[in-house]
Design a protein around this ligand. Structure first.
Ligand SMILES: [Zn+2]
Length: 263
């Protein structure tokens, strides 16, 4: 099982905000033992902190964690122009961090992407409670994907493609239009391969309220591969989870098709 980096981030958050207040830059080596890891892995715990600061337009808190010799943040740091890193340090040092609640406070040692996705599988109604605890979009997406991988037994619902590396969690009602409880709920998702996800987002492949594939607009030219990925799948039933509680909601499919579907 992978290490629980969100929990590690919850431990680092108060350490970094205190260091910022003291205008101090902790080094990787100093933080590693505090989260029970090695210096090279500290970046994994900084990653959700970086994502949170970027998403909520806060100064890049993770910038102040630097290498002992370089005095610079490590390779995973993308939140600021490294050429202008001194201005990032200033922004972080001057921010009133005491006004920002630790975004990862909800994560306990026992919560992880794995356990949280299992909780949703066992009780999809918990999606809202879990979403409010997660906060960072990247982490929420990660939980959503893990949940759908389990629900759909790692197969694209449209074509059955099963290389995990190219399977994605597609939203029926897009993230930006979805209510919080819909953002990581299996009722608003379907597991698709990368190709079908893109075709679905662009409206080239649709899902009907009969839970069938629909390819609305015929094109003038198709390669054999195009036909296999679109035309022959028209009216085919989706390959859905065994547990009906994890199926996409017809209500959300209708909402997409009536309001958000690209034509
Ligand atoms: Zn597919």
């Amino acid at each position: 099982m992978s290490k629980n980096w969100e929990y590690a981030a919850s431990l680092l958050w108060p350490i970094l905000t205190t260091a910022a207040k003291d205008r101090r830059k902790p080094i990787y080596k100093e933080l590693a033992p505090l989260i029970n890891t090695n210096p090279l892995s500290v970046g994994n715990a900084l990653e959700p902190i970086q994502a949170y600061c970027m998403e909520y337009k806060l100064p890049p808190l993770s910038a102040i964690v630097v290498g002992k010799n370089t005095g610079l943040p490590g390779g995973g740091f993308i939140a600021w122009d490294i050429e202008d890193i001194d201005s990032a340090f200033e922004k972080v040092f001057n921010h009133p961090w005491e006004t920002v609640q630790n975004p990862f406070f909800g994560f306990t040692e026992h919560d992880s992407i794995e356990t949280l996705s299992n909780e949703i599988i066992n009780n999809p109604n918990k999606a809202k409670e879990i979403y409010t605890k997660v906060k960072v979009r990247g982490t929420a997406q990660h939980i959503f994907r893990e949940t759908l991988l389990k629900a759909y037994e790692s197969r694209c619902a449209i074509c059955g493609f099963s290389f995990k590396q190219a399977l994605e969690a597609a939203h029926i009602v897009p993230w930006s239009k979805a209510k919080p409880e819909e953002r990581i709920s299996p009722s608003n998702g379907v597991l698709l391969c990368s190709n079908h996800h893109k075709l679905f987002d662009e409206g080239i492949i649709q899902i009907t309220n009969q839970l069938q594939v629909h390819h609305p607009k015929k094109q003038s030219h198709y390669s054999k591969a195009d036909i296999a990925a679109t035309v022959v799948l028209d009216t085919k039933s989706l390959q859905l989870p065994k547990n009906i509680n994890l199926w996409p909601s017809l209500h959300l499919i209708n909402r997409r098709n009536q309001t958000y579907q690209k034509q």
